[in-house]
Ligand binder design. Sequence first.
Ligand code: ZN
Length: 155
Amino acid sequence: MAKLKILKVGDETLRKKSRPVDKITPRILTLIDDMAQTMRAANGCGLAAPQVGVLRRIVVIEAEPGKLIELINPEITEASGERECIEGCLSVPGKYGLTKRPERVVVRALDRNGNTVEYVGTELLAQAFCHEIDHLDGKLYIDIVERMLREDELE
Ligand code: ZN
């Protein structure tokens, strides 16, 4: 496995729309493994392929330690409720802001074996699903942030 370079805000790649994965090749699986390693090394709880310069619809999330979720071609099929979130992004290092996200979402995707999987996420996991899937459409949380937090507001 390899640690990949994470692109930072200002890089045009982060603003592009990612293409679906049409075939799960060994190269795609290596990318997923490398993304998981890169996310963990950066102490993140989610990473999307465009953040490592690959415009493919792939996301890894680990909102709870040890519970790695790998999503290929993910789609949010249901969203309900609203919750105020403190949000950060590995591509916007050292900064946090307040956003509003759904309280609960349902996500459908393919797993690494090409099987359709469905996840129900609430609270932090729902936030992570929304945040990472936004990346696949070139969106960053700073686009929807209500207010960035000052340093003295962070514990
Ligand atoms: Zn992000």
